[in-house]
Design a protein around this ligand. Structure first.
Ligand code: UDP
Length: 324
């Protein structure tokens, strides 16, 4: 671990699911946190408990535009981007812009401030992988012009731009390749598998399984991911590092787990599999373990799902109360 000062931090997308967890963690670590978020998929509700904090500030801002921050910056965490496959169809241009223009602006700011920058990349860089589990050395199998291509290629461009700023301008960079993550502050209607399954199961609606449900994912609880990002930020390793939980399961198994945890009587129904939906996904975390002091996920999927269930129940009750 390097002893660099990590005092003043800019988090783009800090009102989003993962971004807001990072805000809490970095404040707990004693940092001053500045958030830029245009609230396209982020929500003030994710950070409203921080709004009066003396070391926290929030600006409603689209980071694809020129970035100006007064005073010094030690670190930038570039986490702004819609990330649900449902958004790939609804927000394709915004996704391409924040991954390309937004990353360029964030890197430019890092260069100007002499700040370290950590980019949120994704397992989508591996596309529909022909190698399982995926090590960082695998170059992937991406359809650049498919529906998912807007996200996959934006993030691949982000990685390329980040390495170019490192090689050409000497910017101090880190790249986290984030695999499926879940937990409190996901939006119940964001279209991803776990929020969909919970919403449907709690409301007693049919649980929608795309395809035959044999496709796999490996789900990581958000606290484990945040610990990995914190360690990566303080490590000296430049280049992509997989962060995720290697516990791979089929989507049918996940749907059954959610139905059982919620005690729901919902039935599973099959819907068509979206195009280019990866058949398998599982991180090889050997590199993360080596360079991040033995980092590995600690929260079991069962525990993580319990905590997520509690959050979603509270969210639904809050929603019902505000409709009264
Ligand atoms: N999925 C599903 N039912 C849903 C939503 C998603 O079966 O209601 C499937 C989806 O086709 C994919 C997997 O669950 O195979 C994970 O989807 P998610 O949207 O969570 O993220 P992805 O890993 O595809 O980026």
């Amino acid at each position: 671990m390097t002893s660099r000062r990590l005092k003043r931090v800019l988090i783009t997308g800090g009102a989003g699911f993962i971004g807001s967890h990072l805000c809490h963690r970095l404040l707990d670590e004693g940092c001053e946190v500045v958030v830029f978020d245009n609230l396209l998929t982020g929500r003030v509700a994710n950070i409203d408990s921080l709004l009066g904090h003396e070391r926290f500030s929030f600006q409603h801002y689209d980071v694809t535009n020129y970035l100006y921050v007064d005073g010094p910056l030690d670190v930038i965490l570039h986490f702004a981007s819609p990330a649900s496959p449902a958004d790939f169809e609804k927000l394709p241009i915004q996704i391409l812009k924040v991954g390309s223009l937004g990353t360029h602006k964030a890197l430019g700011l890092a260069k100007a401030k002499g700040a370290r920058i950590l980019i949120a990349s994704t397992s989508e860089c591996y596309g529909d992988p022909e190698v399982n589990p995926q090590p960082e050395t695998y170059w992937g199998n991406v359809n650049p012009i498919g529906i998912r291509g807007v996200y996959d290629e934006a993030k691949r461009f982000s990685e390329a731009m980040t390495m170019a700023y490192h090689r050409h301008h000497g910017v101090d960079v880190r790249i986290a390749r984030i695999f499926n993550t879940f937990g409190p502050r996901m939006q119940l209607n964001d279209g991803r598998a776990i929020p969909n399954f919970f919403r449907q199961a709690i409301l007693g609606e049919d649980v929608t399984l795309y395809g035959d449900g044999s496709q796999t994912r490996s789900f990581c609880y958000v606290d484990d991911l945040v610990e990995g990002i914190w360690r990566l930020l303080r490590s000296s390793y430049v280049g992509p590092v997989n962060l995720g939980n290697p516990n791979e399961m089929s989507l049918r198994e996940m749907a059954e787990k959610v139905i059982s945890i919620t005690g729901s009587r919902s039935q599973i129904v099959s819907l068509p599999l979206p195009p280019d939906d990866p058949k398998v996904r599982r991180p090889n975390i050997d590199l993360a373990q080596r360079v991040l002091d033995g980092w590995e996920p600690k929260v079991t999927v069962a525990d993580g799902l319990e905590r997520t269930h509690e959050y979603f129940m509270a969210e639904l009750e809050r929603g019902e109360r505000s409709e009264d």
